[in-house]
Design a binder for this molecule. Structure first.
Ligand SMILES: Cc1cc2nc3c(=O)[nH]c(=O)nc-3n(C[C@H](O)[C@H](O)[C@H](O)COP(=O)(O)OP(=O)(O)OC[C@H]3O[C@@H](n4cnc5c(N)ncnc54)[C@H](O)[C@@H]3O)c2cc1C
Ligand code: SF4
Length: 571
């Protein structure tokens, strides 16, 4: 009997455990297995295999029962997720439905999630800009949040490392607020976008550059991408259905199969992590408690090192739920800051207009990316009455229309020969929000999820700084559109709820001082050295750039450190 128990423990013991198989967990798994560690990846959702589990990826519009739209009853049953632009008939299989995984909105928060192998890496929009020195120095300079324990130079080599493997397209633009990376060829501009970029360059003397977006698409496969079995992006722009070419980066097409090839990976879907086990005698974490999603059986898995990559808010939930005599308020939470200083990106405002020129020009084909306006406010000095700044998306397109009034041959001819309309331009903001103690997540002990785990209570809201930023974005963009000669300028502040940006961050922030932060400069819990958090939960502040590339770089860097420490017997 004793032998049996020992064998059972052995069978559930690994060198490393990774919680979550999305963008950051996939990287942790690739790096850990690549360094020879037997690694268990625990994923709460179902398995999604590259190519075979993308059921809609080759479907034509007319093959969908609802021609791509979702029926009203599905939208009514999913009021939160239906607000996400990427949720439609072809992609619905990858989004968490509102009723299935409840949470408590102490303040309105639209939590958009993907619970499956690959997480949200299947549905993301693939914008991948590096964060800059201004982002990592920001809190120290501007006096918000706590100082980051690292600087851009600490992460730069790891950005290069992950960019080469993931495949990032872009142009070397030479901007200090948006460092260049290891780029594949950039996507093409259309004539109005090029015109706008040049016009802004002339008018603002280079201080408001408009560049081509940097995106995780393989525009020219390199040997490392072919070795992954990935091919050149075909510009189909239906990426959130899953890409059979591996044209964009996802855990499913890239990091997870690479990890599997080492023979060191065990991937366990349907495994809802309940909490991390802390051993007071050893003074470290020894494993993870898991509820099997199918049988509801509670089980334990053990490892020397644990990476928590469940996506920012779920990572907070797991740590908050990991209580012990030593840590009654959540694992590693000596400071009391766990769950606090949550921040996000402000996508509330947008602007659109028309352009009368270039009526002799049109566009050809599709492009899974668009131009980008890097932050130009408060970069080199504080120049407004709000802290930090915003970046923005920009795009131009030409519409076409056909007369649908006739019948028979006339109608067919008209439908087959659409007439070109004018050019339309548009932009949306991406503002940095300030991490504040009052923006927090906590466990709601009174309400449990279907697995008996306390639901997450989310209390996150905009503030005065965000309102001022929205106003400034609309004013500055109106000026820029006017300078460019765009007409019929229309502005909007849709007052969307936080969360819909899908860039939630913080709660387990990094910092120099264990009294005010959870993690040190290696993404390692100050108080539990063998637990690492390398997803958005670890972000000290949020930058104006999209975040996922930064999670990838942190994950690779932290694994490198962890394995060195393990080899030195420090972990
Ligand atoms: C429509 C859309 C567009 C986006 N566009 C961009 C973009 O352009 N650029 C950008 O940088 N980011 C973008 N994002 C955000 C990006 O997807 C996330 O930042 C990124 O996926 C976060 O990586 P992650 O590893 O932290 O989480 P995820 O990729 O979400 O993976 C987390 C995984 O953990 C699992 N998990 C959660 N809880 C548990 C548990 N208790 N036990 C076991 N497993 C668990 C989940 O099921 C999931 O698979 C977008 C997201 C969406 C949905
Ligand atoms: S645009 Fe590229 S990445 Fe997206 S689905 Fe098409 S081929 Fe795949």
């Amino acid at each position: 009997m004793a032998n049996f128990a020992i064998d059972a423990v052995k069978a559930t013991t690994y060198d490393a455990i990774v919680i979550g198989s999305g963008i950051s967990g996939g990287w942790a798994a690739k790096e850990l297995t690549g360094k020879g560690l037997r690694t268990l990846v625990l994923e709460r959702g179902r398995d999604v295999r590259h190519i075979t589990d993308y059921p809609t990826t080759m479907m034509q519009p007319w093959e969908f029962e609802h021609r791509g739209q979702l029926p009203l009853e599905i939208r009514k049953a999913n009021p939160i997720i239906s607000k996400c632009y990427a949720f439609y008939e072809g992609s619905a299989q990858f989004f968490v439905k509102d009723a299935e995984h409840p949470y408590v909105q102490e303040k309105p928060f639209d939590w958009i999630r993907g619970y499956q192998v690959g997480g949200k890496s299947l549905m993301w929009a693939r914008q991948t800009q590096r964060w800059s020195q201004f982002d990592f120095e920001g809190p120290a300079r501007d006096g918000f949040a706590v100082d980051w324990p690292i600087r851009y130079e600490d992460l730069a080599p790891w950005y290069s490392y992950v960019e080469k493997f993931a495949g990032i397209s872009g142009n070397k633009d030479g901007l200090p607020q948006l460092p260049d990376g290891e780029f594949l060829p950039p996507h093409e501009w259309n004539c109005v976008e090029k015109y706008f970029s040049q016009k802004m360059k002339d008018h603002y003397k280079g201080s408001r550059p408009i560049i081509m977006g940097r995106a995780a698409h393989i525009t020219k496969p390199q040997p490392i991408h072919l070795q992954q079995g990935r091919a050149q992006c075909q510009h189909r722009t239906i990426c959130e259905r899953g890409c059979p070419f591996g044209g964009y980066f996802s855990s499913n097409s890239s990091t997870l199969p690479w990890a599997a090839k080492t023979g060191k990976l065990t991937l366990r879907p349907h495994s809802v992590v309940h909490s991390i086990i802390y051993d007071e005698k050893k003074g470290k974490a020894t494993g993870v408690r898991v509820i099997d999603a199918n049988t509801k059986e509670m089980m334990e898995f053990y490892a020397r090192v644990i990476f928590v990559n469940a996506a920012a808010l779920n990572t907070n939930l797991i740590l908050l739920n990991s209580t012990s005599n030593r840590f009654p308020n959540g694992l590693g939470n000596d400071s009391g800051v766990l769950g606090k200083y949550v921040a996000f990106h402000n996508y509330r405002a947008g602007i659109s207009g028309d352009y009368d020129g270039f009526l002799d020009m049109t566009t050809d084909g599709k492009r899974p990316n668009s131009p980008y306006i890097p932050r130009f406010r408060n970069v080199f000095k504080q120049e407004t009455d709000f802290l930090r700044g915003y970046a923005a998306g920009f795009n131009a397109g030409r519409s076409s229309y056909s007369d649908q009034s006739g019948i028979g041959a006339d109608l067919k001819t008209s439908l087959l020969n659409p007439k070109m309309g004018g050019w339309h331009v548009g932009s949306h903001m991406m503002g940095e929000t300030i991490p504040k103690e009052s923006n927090y997540v906590a466990l709601d002990a009174g309400q449990k999820d279907p697995f008996g785990i306390p639901q997450l209570k989310i209390s996150v809201a905009y503030d005065d700084n965000d309102d001022k930023m929205v106003k400034d974005y609309l004013e500055q963009m109106t000026e820029m559109f006017t300078v460019a000669g765009f007409k019929n300028i229309r502005t909007r502040d849709d007052k969307r709820n936080p969360g819909l940006d899908i860039h939630e961050m913080g709660g387990v922030r990094m910092g120099k001082d264990p009294k005010t932060s959870m993690l040190n400069k290696w993404n390692q819990l100050h108080a539990v050295k063998n637990v690492f958090v390398t997803d958005g939960a670890s972000m000290t502040s949020t930058s104006t750039q999209n975040p996922s590339l930064t999670y990838m770089a942190f994950a690779a860097r932290a694994v490198d450190y962890a394995v060195k420490e393990m080899n030195k017997k420090n972990l």
